[in-house]
Design a protein around this ligand. Structure first.
Ligand code: HEM
Length: 167
């Protein structure tokens, strides 16, 4: 269950949401489509940072600790919002701008620590394979309507996004 759900929902939604974000940034979409092999390594990481498909995970505090000026007590429940970490102005230059050339700034879309995503390297292979085919096969992609979003506070993704493309 964990492998299928954790691997499917996340990767599928990254590709959909990533395409939507690229359609909103046509200059970056054109650059990526001009040479996917060259630009995908940084573009894929930037789309992971930008879309953060897993919205949060929860942890139970095991011992009293102060974190970011907040006193946490053993037994407290806390949530980690990956999208927030991925917009941290101390970790990223211009965090609120999509930049598929961004390099050397580590995002947390796959989490971190003991429970860091087990499938992250597989996910990267899948994302590159799907994005490359889409970018090379679909020319002149045009968004016809704003997408509909999943009703979920856990995984962020699109349910429907009508597009038109040339041959
Ligand atoms: C874009 C794709 C993906 C994203 C954004 C993503 C994100 C995450 C995140 C944030 C966690 C950390 C959970 C935590 O800290 O509690 C996680 C854990 C995990 N992921 Fe992924 N994931 C992706 C793809 C995959 C794939 C393809 C697989 C397997 C085929 C996978 C399997 C797992 C498993 C098994 C865990 C639990 C690891 C543990 O608790 O030790 N994920 N993932």
């Amino acid at each position: 269950m964990l492998l299928i759900d954790a691997g499917g929902d996340t990767t599928r939604n990254l590709v959909g949401t990533g395409m939507y974000e690229l359609l909103k940034h046509p200059d970056q979409l054109a650059m990526l489509a001009s040479d996917p092999d060259k630009y995908l390594p940084t573009a894929r990481e930037e789309l992971l940072r930008w879309t953060s498909p897993v919205i949060y995970m929860r942890r139970s505090v095991t011992q009293d600790v102060e974190l970011g000026g907040e006193q946490l007590r053993a037994g407290d429940k806390v949530v980690m919002y990956y999208g927030s970490a991925n917009r941290d102005e101390e970790a990223f230059q211009r965090p609120n701008e999509l930049n598929i050339l961004r390099e050397g700034e580590r995002h947390l879309a796959f989490g971190g620590g003991h429970h860091v995503c087990l499938g992250q390297w597989f996910a990267r292979l899948e994302i590159d394979a799907i994005m490359k085919e889409v970018l090379l096969r679909l020319k002149d992609v045009e968004l016809l309507q704003e997408p509909s979003w999943m009703t979920s506070n856990f995984i962020s993704g699109i349910t429907k996004m009508p597009i038109r493309f040339g041959s």
